[in-house]
Ligand binder design. Structure first.
Ligand SMILES: Cc1cc2nc3c(=O)[nH]c(=O)nc-3n(C[C@H](O)[C@H](O)[C@H](O)COP(=O)(O)OP(=O)(O)OC[C@H]3O[C@@H](n4cnc5c(N)ncnc54)[C@H](O)[C@@H]3O)c2cc1C
Length: 441
């Protein structure tokens, strides 16, 4: 192995709940990617390691990071097609395409996420009710696999592997480049409208109703105590057609550095939520916003994550059908009264698509909760896990690093199909992460 391009590193999942000492490799040439892969028994790909759960590493696998492969390879503005290397970050992609008023609308919420990471997680953006997940924008993929070599994937070529790779959490090999079908975007400025909501049930109703008028609609709700549970703000973003000139976005480094002592606790969360809600009430119901703050809401606000401290947090993102939402919330609230969990964030948005394999995608409502990582909350979360089957809830394995094999098997109905097809493609199951091993994928 070329020692120049590998090093040992202690690596944490983004939520900081799991860590491992791993061998990290950063090839800068395709030949080196081949060499490293041929010489390694177990491999996993890693992008910017911004997945909340440990998807990009494992103590027994070498983590191959292709961030040095970050070129735009082909671009055709008339056909709206672009081919980029998978180490390119979202902000680098946008800095290229927005000059032509083009983009892909399924952008996950942080600018340094890589194309490879977004495709392997089948990521979605805020407008997922209309635009679905990134799968909808992918035309083809170039994959490198230790045993199969270089493979072109699309609806027409190697369709089964194409299907396994999108949302396949890096288990089919290294995504080296991706061709996207781009969409027109009239402007890179937004108008944001706010609506106040008193309960989570009312919020759900409004999000479903308003869905037809606005493609970007999501909420921020309080969940710091039962009295105010669900009280919050619904945000609707509209593209502001008045601004056509695009100025390149400046990039600054990830600022994720957990505080030594955690700041978030019941009292600080209640206080900040109260202030945040009041500010939203007192400010104008409509304002202009720039592209980055709408599409990447935590960019520049990394303190929110740093405030959890070294022990980090756990995020639970759930898909649930609208008809089951109210009953689930009612049981959730009963358990909330009993266990008094510390929840820092509750948010709703709409999602569209078709659930298949490991993909977090469906025509359902997407609920997000962030919890302080402590034993009381873990116990509460385990009680909520028991409701998944009853309410046909799909939990995200990208976000929730706790998910057990039992919960995964019960909720991901097509996971055995995925496993079977993956096993057919790769008898030795070369590409493995902490999560794939725990879930026995
Ligand atoms: C602040 C924040 C906001 C977020 N918002 C959203 C959101 O709105 N919507 C959403 O869907 N997600 C969101 N995410 C999650 C994020 O989109 C995914 O976790 C994404 O996979 C992270 O990409 P990454 O480059 O960091 O990849 P990593 O986390 O390093 O890896 C993720 C997965 O991709 C695989 N992978 C990475 N590169 C390659 C490659 N070249 N070839 C094959 N496999 C590869 C890895 O093996 C792993 O399974 C958010 C994350 C953060 C931190």
């Amino acid at each position: 192995m070329n020692k120049q391009h590998t090093e040992e590193r202690k690596t944490f999942s983004f939520d900081r709940s799991i860590s491992s000492n791993i061998i990290h490799a950063e090839p800068d040439k395709y030949k080196l990617l081949e060499d490293i892969s041929f010489k390694s028994t177990k491999i996993i790909n890693i992008g910017s390691n911004l997945s909340y759960s440990p998807l990009g590493f494992s103590k027994d696998s070498i983590s191959i990071n292709i961030k040095k492969f970050n070129r735009v390879l082909e671009f055709n503005s008339e056909e709206k097609l672009i081919t980029v290397e998978a180490g390119l970050t979202l902000i680098e992609l946008l800095n290229f395409t927005l000059k032509y008023n083009l983009w892909i609308p399924q952008l996950p919420g942080y600018p340094s996420i890589t194309i490879g990471g977004a495709v392997a997680a089948n990521s979605h953006g805020k407008s997922c009710a209309i635009h679905g997940t990134i799968r909808k924008s992918i035309k083809s993929i170039l994959l490198f696999h230790k045993k199969h070599g270089w493979i072109k994937l699309s609806e027409k070529e190697n369709k089964e592997i194409f299907d396994l790779t999108i949302g396949g959490i890096g288990l089919t090999g290294t995504i080296v480049s991706v061709t996207f079908k781009l969409k027109q975007i009239e402007s890179h400025k937004f108008k944001t409208k706010k609506i106040e909501t008193n309960t989570i049930e009312e919020c759900k109703k409004m999000i479903l109703q308003e869905n037809e008028n606005s493609s970007f609609i999501y909420s921020w709700n309080r969940a710091d105590n039962i009295k105010n549970f669900g009280k919050g703000i619904i945000y609707k973003n509209y593209i502001n057609n008045n601004s056509k000139v695009f100025r390149t976005f400046k990039e600054y480094k990830n600022n994720f550095r957990p505080f030594f002592i955690p700041v978030w606790n019941k009292y600080s969360i209640s206080f900040i939520n109260f202030i945040y809600f009041k500010i939203n009430q007192l400010t104008k119901p409509e304002k202009k916003e720039d592209f980055l703050s709408v599409i990447f809401p935590f960019y520049g606000k990394e303190s929110y994550f740093n405030f959890f401290g070294k022990k980090g947090f756990i995020e639970s993102q759930l898909l649930i059908h609208e008809s089951k939402f109210d009953s689930f919330i009612s049981e959730f609230k009963n358990l909330f009264i009993k266990y008094e969990p510390t929840i820092t964030l509750l948010s709703l948005k709409n999602m569209s698509g078709q659930q298949k394999f490991l993909r977090f995608e469906d025509n359902k409502i997407c609920i997000t909760f962030d919890y302080v990582n402590n034993s009381r909350n873990l116990l509460f979360m385990s009680k909520i896990d028991n409701l998944y089957e009853k309410y046909e809830i799909l939990p995200s394995i990208i976000k929730d690093s706790r998910i057990t094999k039992e919960i995964f098997n019960k909720t991901y109905k097509e996971s055995s199909e995925f496993k079977k097809e993956l096993q057919n493609f790769d008898k030795e199951r070369i590409y493995q992460s902490e999560i794939s091993k725990r879930l026995n994928i």
